[in-house]
Design a protein around this ligand. Sequence first.
Ligand SMILES: [Zn+2]
Length: 185
Amino acid sequence: MNRLVHVTSSSDIFPQYRHTPVGLLLEYHNLNRVFDSYIEAQILIGMCMDNRKHLHIPENFAYIIRSGGGNLRYSEFKVSYAIAIGNVRYIALIAHNNCGMVNLMSRKNKFINGLTEKAGWDKEWAEEHFMHFASMFEIGNEIDFVLSEAKRLRLRYPKITVVPLFYRVEDNQLYLLREGEEGFM
Ligand SMILES: [Zn+2]
């Protein structure tokens, strides 16, 4: 698992991301860089809806799309909007460990019973709902998913810089990901 690079000083930021909104995101969040003031967004951040994560960034710095697993496949119009209208040229995609969108099947019964008991759903609807959507939202492995999602978005938006990142819930820090094929599990 040496794909993670903990950013503890600005020299840890990969050179291609220094002096970009991605570098600033890492500096604000990890290095307590003093906040600059912004009147428009510099970056689009895609991250999981998970309640354990909170970014330390200035007002107006970023558009943020939160979704299960940080999956942007079903948020494409919002991504396009942030680029076309919001003028962002960078996307940071933030995966995190212990993500609930990994191995959804293991939570099937809990999901169905929860919807039945807590939301008043009929058990069959709940089961159908789960079976219809679970495969769309399953991400498999957090790191593999964010790397493949970054590749997908780079092809979809070729002039935009898309950077996969990792948020570790134990220390609330952001990590860069090494993307070379070698050394992958
Ligand atoms: Zn998650």
